[in-house]
Design a protein around this ligand. Structure first.
Ligand SMILES: NC(=O)c1ccc[n+]([C@@H]2O[C@H](COP(=O)([O-])OP(=O)(O)OC[C@H]3O[C@@H](n4cnc5c(N)ncnc54)[C@H](OP(=O)(O)O)[C@@H]3O)[C@@H](O)[C@H]2O)c1
Length: 340
């Protein structure tokens, strides 16, 4: 496991250990939490010599990489480790698809340009695509798991945690509607399990890896959050037109939610049949919400990672909009990169 101590990589390590695998984890030991039971090999992978020394002459049945920085470091790792493994899996993102992405598109949709040797990481989509190209150049049979919105325990982006903590505060909660708005997301543990299944079956190629459209709805998600937190919260539903009129940002101020049409609709409306035919199973949203709340309430704030840009709606702004004093007239684009 290249990485393995934050969120998705951590889920891969835990899942592999639970299956009885022997797991080597390569990272610097700086962020996140090292899962007990794995062998921790320390390296700053941006230094190829350091990476080579850390892995020495080891070989593996499968290598999985979660890198999302400069593509050259995914490429270098694939060149070094690719020949020593039976299977190579890379955690990519649906962000690699070129905008505008038409809702319902599958893996044949056009992708952004990328450079496998790029030493920069300014653009997330190009970085993920560059890494895909570098991995596939080294291992043409590699698995590219183009994940959609990832949730679950240890989520370090903070989308579902924000909603849970907001709802726990109680009172009237600005809820982006309609409640029936279908969502498409995946629990990191299901992503991990599918990638390990794919490793065992030597499945390669690019797959959109996220639930089917409508696996859950924003209404079910937020109602479940009220149930698991036991909060005295009232969901006050806003239409997407009202949210636009209030000038609120989908996705960032209102995590997880995007309006049902427009340039971001594809985030909850992609074709994932290929991954499902290849065995993808997504657990009920209630399990994800319950387990994420259990993690939040049993883990100290210090033990959680706080190094990502903050997201969610400012409480004063929420109160202002709830009072009906919102301004603005157009949906603002999400701030930062849109996915991942
Ligand atoms: N969140 C979403 O909704 C979403 C959606 C689509 C795709 N994705 C993708 O999902 C993946 C999430 O990955 P994750 O962060 O959760 O993976 P992770 O493997 O759990 O954590 C990242 C690892 O990289 C290590 N690392 C960072 N810099 C390093 C360096 N210079 N040398 C060696 N190791 C280094 C970190 O440890 P140290 O810092 O200790 O070295 C850490 O173990 C990403 O690929 C992202 O693009 C996310």
């Amino acid at each position: 496991m290249l990485g393995g101590s934050r969120f998705v990589g951590r889920a891969v390590v835990e899942c592999a250990l639970a299956r009885g695998a022997t797991v080597d984890v390569v990272n610097r030991g700086l962020t996140g939490h090292q899962v007990g039971g794995a062998t921790h090999l320390r390296a700053d992978r941006t230094d190829p010599a350091e990476l080579a020394a850390a892995v020495a002459d080891r070989s593996w049945d499968a290598v999985i990489d979660t890198w999302s920085g400069a593509p050259v470091h995914a490429t270098t790792a694939a060149q070094l480790l690719g020949p020593r493994t039976g299977h190579y899996g890379y955690v990519s993102s649906r962000s690699v698809y070129a905008r505008p992405v038409a809702p319902g598109l599958d893996e044949t949709a056009p992708v952004v340009a990328g450079d496998a040797d790029d030493i920069g990481e300014a653009d997330y989509a190009r970085a993920k695509r560059g890494a895909e190209l570098g991995v596939v150049a080294a291992r043409p049979d590699a698995l590219l798991a183009r994940a959609g919105l990832i949730v679950g325990p240890w989520e370090d982006v903070g989308r579902l945690p924000w909603w849970l903590e907001r709802i726990e505060r109680g009172g009237r909660v600005l809820a982006p509607g309609p409640p029936q708005r279908p969502l498409q997301l995946i629990d990191a543990r299901d992503l991990a399990a599918w990638m390990l299944d794919a490793a065992e079956r030597r499945i390669g190629g690019a797959f959109n890896v996220v639930s089917r459209v409508g696996h859950t709805t924003i209404g079910e998600l937020l109602e479940t959050a009220i149930e698991v937190t036991g909060a005295d919260a009232e969901l006050v539903w806003f239409t997407h037109e009202e949210i636009a009129a209030a000038g609120l940002s989908p996705w960032t101020e209102l995590p997880i939610w995007v309006p049902p049409d427009g340039p971001y609709a594809f985030l909850h409306d992609g074709d994932t049949e290929a991954a499902h035919r290849a065995g993808l199973r997504c657990r009920p949203i209630a399990d994800t919400v319950h387990d994420t709340w259990a993690w939040l309430t049993t883990t100290s704030s210090e033990a959680r990672l706080h190094d990502r840009p903050p997201l969610g709606l400012d409480p004063e702004r929420e109160a202002e909009v709830l009072r009906g004093h919102g301004g603005g007239s157009a949906i603002r684009p999400p701030q930062g990169h849109v996915e991942g």
